[in-house]
Write a protein that binds this ligand. Structure first.
Ligand code: IPD
Length: 286
């Protein structure tokens, strides 16, 4: 079931997403301990969780529980909640955790309201979302049919529109997972893409990459291995700005691949990736 529940206003959900993402963003900046350490690791030694990832998620869980008690909640870190309303909040409490650890100001809080089952590839879609970079003050938001918007500081929100160019002139964002085998496969695919685009950027936050496609400060983006919390809000921001965001088969983006760009660019990048994947061979690793 991927229909918006009757009586639900996606614009209202986007306002809620933005409000709680701003709060969590303030928290991760202002309550960051002087000596931020790695609290634990997940899929590999480099897949880190800081104390602030968990605190940010706990804040989002508690605030969304107050504001929308019937909704479900699924986040990157520990803790979730089943809901009854048909809406699930899918959150990344810090997307770009490695940037956060190193104090590189390219991280964000990503909050999306989705319908369907976010634990199953292709069985869900975002209907409202917000992505907030608390260091730069950039706030992106979108809701189904309502467009994609960006505001900075106290500025008025500006409507976003993707850029169209040809692939050879396109600035292409991508990212790499934490698993060594996956990274080796991603590097092999990259050798096929890099000679055929203007250049590559690896900024370190998938949610911000997708928002950059929406505003045209990246032309295209692709990555294998995204989780729903990495992509949910950014997927909608990009789509509402006119991008196509799909997997390699043109279906909903999934763990196997996310490809984003204005329609013509998306088609060309998709063809390049399909060809590249054919040459690189079967994926190994997670
Ligand atoms: C990661 C970032 C990164 C992407 C990885 C993600 P995290 O999320 O979005 O840019 O390349 O695939 O896992 O771990 O910082 O929340």
């Amino acid at each position: 079931m991927t229909q918006l529940p009757a009586g639900t206003d996606p614009a209202e959900l986007a306002r809620t997403a933005l409000a709680v993402a701003v709060e969590a963003g303030d928290l991760i900046v202002h309550d960051r301990p002087a000596r931020l350490g790695v609290a634990e690791t997940k899929s590999s030694r480099t897949d880190v969780v800081t104390v602030m990832d968990q605190r940010s998620q706990d804040h989002l869980l508690s605030r969304l529980g107050e504001l929308r008690p019937d909704d479900g909640f699924a986040g990157e870190e520990r803790g979730g909640r089943a809901g009854t309303s048909g809406i699930t909040w899918v959150v990344d409490p810090i997307d770009g955790t490695v940037n956060y650890l190193y104090e590189i100001p390219a991280y964000c809080v990503s909050v999306a309201a989705v319908v369907g089952d976010p634990t199953r590839d292709g069985a869900w879609r975002p209907v409202a979302g917000a992505v907030v970079n608390p260091v730069t003050g950039e706030r992106y938001s979108a809701w189904s049919g309502g467009g994609a918007w960006r505001a900075v500081g106290d500025g008025t929100p500006q409507r976003l529109r993707v850029a169209e160019t040809d692939l050879g002139l396109a600035l292409c964002g991508t990212g790499f997972g934490y698993d060594a085998d996956r990274r080796a496969w991603q590097a092999a695919l990259l050798t096929h893409v890099l000679p055929r685009v203007r250049d590559i950027r690896r900024l370190g936050s998938a949610a911000l990459d997708l928002c950059r496609v929406a505003e045209g400060s990246l032309d295209v983006y692709y990555e294998r291995g995204l989780n729903p919390w990495d992509m949910a809000a950014g997927w909608l921001v990009a789509t509402e700005a006119g991008a196509l965001v799909t997997d390699l088969d043109g279906q909903a983006p999934r763990e196997a691949m996310t490809v984003a760009g204005a329609p013509g660019l998306h088609a060309d990048l998709l063809a390049l990736l399909v060809d590249g994947v054919g040459r690189v061979g079967p994926r190994s690793g997670r």
